[in-house]
Design a protein around this ligand. Structure first.
Ligand code: ATP
Ligand code: ZN
Length: 879
């Protein structure tokens, strides 16, 4: 039996920690609870061994083994090690993100009286009082807390609070004064969420546990009678199975008469088939004006029991978008060929493929067909999608096609739900997993195929440690498992395109839209000319206005992209030129008007304000320039809110909707908006880039693009690629139904190559041109790149670290690593943190990685805290 284990902990350190097992048995890949720096942390065992650490080193014992067998398979452990190595992230932090089970341990705080606190109590008892800056009331509360804890036991926060009324802040302040001792404890609990069900007696299942504490503690252990329901008193609930008297019901027992409300409860339950989630039942009772006590008395009489069962997996509101795969289209030729290539790959082992299919070419149907075949082969399938909430149709298509075999993993799950899905997947109960980036770690037995939809989407990159790219991890997972992986997109990332060009990925193309529909025509509207003609800066050109009117008149739908939210994104003083910036960030604040009438169920009742879109800071709208006091404030740059207002003026008869982060806060908002679009209730939609994401709305024949070339000027080597993707994707929303589509792009640079290639739907041409620049400038995908960001709330500290890192990295240049900077990051201050950066590029990835690791080790030796330097390997943004 091994004596020690090494544990990877979720702390910003590049090492694991050794603990003594003291007779406990544990497997690599299992979780353990261990003491660490005064608290208890959950980590994952990465090795078990006999090698005692050096003499004099105090090895602490493992506090508790959480899992009797490995939770993470060898394959996932290997994947975790690869992610940690490739992205220069601590293994413990990687593993934590792979296993969403932190919900199973709840960190809690306890308080007990400290030496100092005893002294205070003692003095108070002798009548002497201390000087304090606190109010009398707060002082009294302090004494109440000390009195309550006098016995010396450690008591949970919630208990202290309810006993004394003291707030957490007060308790923590007392802990700082050493009157109290505060300790963190971790508590294990069951992650499976149980919900309570009200069950009409006669319908209870043998397996379920019966509890009554929710309603009346006495009942938990109390008698449960099975009375016979009197025929006459409950006649309305007499049909149906649930009325069968329970086996063994005692006929001798007479049922006392039920009152009207009690009968109504019985009827409600019977009407729902005898079992209703307690929460829902309560809601219905409240709606009908029936008090809880009626239900309670039924429980007391044993007519209704309350059971606990594991919560059903809810797929809320997806039904509306479920495409019927029962009468699914038969695949066309291109789709059939694509499917054949994927199936051929299933026999080959690791085989990465790029499915380049133009917008509306029917990629989803290919995924579904490939998934069905993989399932038939006894395999399970993982489908990664960018953001489930933004494209609910994808999730509902999968649910429609695979029903209860699907597990959806997305960001709106609560930790409990996430854990529950995780266990379900691991048990092999969900053989289809559809999820956002972290689903790439789903513990799927028999995984046989991975699909990554919209593989170019930047939401696959995690913008916090570990900064992994879900698509790239998917490819590595497929490699470790020896299975195919399909990356699908109408606008592939240049990384994937390059891999296909070099023959590392098989390229499968679908160049035509389904049903022989043409791609829309794309025209550029030169806004410089527009200005010459009208002499005014206009948000919408004459042509876009005229075409919009015509389209609406024909009864068709229009989408207009205005890729900034809010009303105006710059507020400037005309006198001194000062722009109003966020207090915390070097960022212009965006002006938001009153959320007027509740058009989409979003922004209603949020007042007029300035808002920082980086940190969320809000302030009132100033009447004067904060710098020169002048009252000539000027609002520039139109956002989607202003777009909507303007469109309302221009098209008073239009049924306008807006889609942006202000009107779409939840998946429900998105679903409502989309269903209003599908039904035609909305015929003119304005919004930010979320309108460009995969929506398949057949009535849209005109797409307008306003102000998209602003982004061409951003100091980021991917700016052109992003604008091209956006143009192609938003264009792709036009003409997906019977009628032909048309796209009007307003631009100040009609001759820019991005616009020229977008006009011709020429992704291949764009990629070739862009790749030429990347080669010249040694940027990805033709070099490996890392952005090293130095951050500190103290400007001096940030500058100092940046300078030292710059010096340390000087010799790296001899090894073939180009180092740009240190320089102020384009976003030089965000959330009160000053930011400097260095950009490292190398034609050899191994060289880059070696240099980064040397740098991290050097930082350790120099005592530079890991959190003040962010290493972003394959950074998507250099801002
Ligand atoms: N073989 C087919 N025949 C007719 N219609 C089809 C066929 N396959 C798919 N469709 C329909 O074509 C439309 C577009 O399909 P889908 O949304 O999968 O396109 P896509 O390739 O994912 O496009 P995008 O990249 O724009 O998201 C859908 O309405 C779908 O139902
Ligand atoms: Zn801010």
């Amino acid at each position: 039996m091994s004596q020690f284990c090494d544990v990877a902990l979720p702390v910003p350190m590049d090492q694991s920690f050794t603990y003594a097992l003291r007779g406990a048995e544990v497997e690599v890949g299992a979780r353990v609870l261990v003491p660490f720096g005064g608290q208890k942390l959950m980590g994952v065992v990465v090795a078990v061994h006999e090698n005692a650490p050096g003499e004099g080193i105090d090895v602490k014992p493992v506090e508790r083994v959480m899992d009797e067998e490995a939770l993470l398979s060898d394959e996932l452990m290997d994947l975790g090690r690869w992610v940690a190595g490739y992205y220069c992230a601590p293994l413990g932090e990687v593993l934590r993100g792979m296993m969403p089970l932190m919900a199973e341990v709840r960190r809690q705080f306890t308080y007990r009286i400290g030496e100092q606190g005893r002294k205070v109590l003692y003095e108070a008892a002798r009548g002497s009082s201390r000087r304090s800056r606190l109010s009398v009331e707060e002082q009294n509360q302090e004494y109440a807390v000390l009195n309550y804890l006098e016995a010396g036991d450690a008591v949970k926060l919630a208990t202290v609070r309810s006993a004394t009324g003291a707030r957490k802040a007060l308790l923590d302040a007392m802990a700082r004064k050493k009157w109290l001792v505060r300790e963190a404890v971790a508590e294990v609990r069951d992650a499976r969420r149980l919900e309570k069900i009200a069950v009409l007696v006669g319908d209870t299942s043998a397996e379920s546990r019966v509890v009554g504490d929710e309603l009346d503690p006495e009942l938990a252990a109390g008698e449960r009678a099975h009375p016979v329901i009197q025929q006459d008193s409950v006649s309305e609930i007499q049909d149906g199975e649930s009325q069968r008297p329970a086996a063994g019901a005692s006929a001798s027992r007479r049922l006392p008469k039920l009152n009207e409300n009690q009968l109504a409860v019985m009827a409600e339950l019977a009407g729902a088939g005898g079992r209703v989630v307690l929460r829902d039942l309560r809601e219905r009772l409240v709606r009908n004006g029936i008090s809880e006590s009626s239900l309670q008395s039924l429980v007391k009489r044993g007519l209704v029991v309350i059971e606990e069962q594991a919560e059903a997996f809810h797929l809320s509101g997806l039904g509306a978008f479920g495409k019927k795969f029962a009468h699914e289209h038969s695949l066309n030729e291109a789709q059939t060929e694509a499917l054949a290539s994927i199936m051929a790959a299933m026999a080959k082992g690791f085989h990465p493929m790029l499915l380049y299919g133009v917008t509306g070419s029917g990629k989803t149907a290919v995924y579904v067909a490939a998934m069905q075949r993989a399932l038939a082969m006894g395999k399970s399938v993982l489908l990664l999608v960018p953001e489930i909430g933004l494209t609910p149709a994808m999730a509902s298509t999968m649910v429609a096609a695979f029903g209860s075999e699907v597990a959806l993993l997305h960001s709106q799950l609560t930790p409990d739900e996430r854990a529950e899905q995780w266990h379900r997947i691991r048990r092999g109960e969900a053989r289809v997993v559809v999820g956002t980036r972290s689903a790439v770690y789903a513990p799927m037995p028999e995984l046989g195929l991975i699909l990554v939809d919209e593989e170019h989407d930047s939401s696959y990159k995690q913008e916090e440690t570990p900064r992994y790219h879900g698509r790239d991890v998917a490819v590595m997972r497929a490699k470790l498992r020896g299975i195919p992986v399909v990356l699908g997109s109408a606008t592939p990332s240049l990384e994937s395109w390059n891999n296909a060009e070099r023959g590392r990925y098989e390229r499968v193309e679908m160049r035509q839209r389904v049903g022989g529909r043409p791609l829309p025509t794309v025209e550029m509207i030169d806004m410089r000319e527009e200005f010459r003609e009208t002499g005014k800066e206009q948000m919408f050109s004459q042509k876009l206005i005229a075409e919009t009117q015509k389209t609406l008149d024909r009864g068709e739908q229009v989408i207009i992209l205005l890729n900034r939210r809010g009303y105006s994104f710059v507020v400037m003083c005309r006198k001194c030129g000062e722009k109003i910036e966020c207090e915390n960030c070097a960022i212009s604040m965006t002006y938001h008007k009153h959320g007027d009438e509740d058009s989409n169920g979003g922004e209603a009742r949020v007042g007029e304000r300035l808002e920082c879109h980086y940190c969320g800071f809000k302030r009132g709208v100033p009447s004067h320039c904060p710098k020169c006091e002048s009252d000539h404030l000027y609002y520039m740059g139109a956002g989607s809110q202003q777009g909507e207002e303007k469109l309302q003026e221009l098209f008073p008869g239009a049924r306008i909707g807006r889609m942006d982060r202000d009107t779409v806060r939840t998946r429900g908002d998105m679903e409502r908006l989309l269903s209003r679009l599908h039904s035609g209730e909305i015929n003119l939609l304005v919004g930010t880039q979320m309108i460009a994401k995969g929506h398949d709305i057949h009535g849209v024949t005109l797409v307008g693009v306003v102000g998209a070339d602003f982004a061409l000027g951003l100091p980021d080597f991917r700016a052109a690629e992003r604008v091209f993707q956006l143009l192609a994707q938003v264009s792709g929303r036009a003409g997906r139904g019977e009628l032909k589509g048309r796209v009007l792009v307003q631009t100040y640079q009609p001759d820019h190559y991005v616009n020229e290639f977008a006009r011709e739907h020429d992704y291949t041409g764009f990629a070739a041109r862009e790749m030429y620049f990347r080669r010249q400038m040694k940027y990805p995908p033709l070099a490996a790149l890392a952005n090293v960001v130095i951050q500190s709330e103290q400007l001096e500290e940030a500058l100092d670290i940046a300078a030292r890192l710059g010096k340390f990295l000087l010799p790296a240049k001899q090894e073939g690593v180009r180092v740009l900077g240190p320089a102020a990051a384009p976003l030089s201050r965000v959330k009160r943190i000053y930011r400097f950066h260095l950009v490292l590029k190398s034609e050899r990835r191994d060289t880059l990685q070696r240099v980064l690791k040397q740098m991290l080790a050097w930082m350790d030796r120099e005592g530079i805290a890991r959190r003040s330097v962010v290493v972003d390997v394959d950074a998507l943004h250099l801002m």
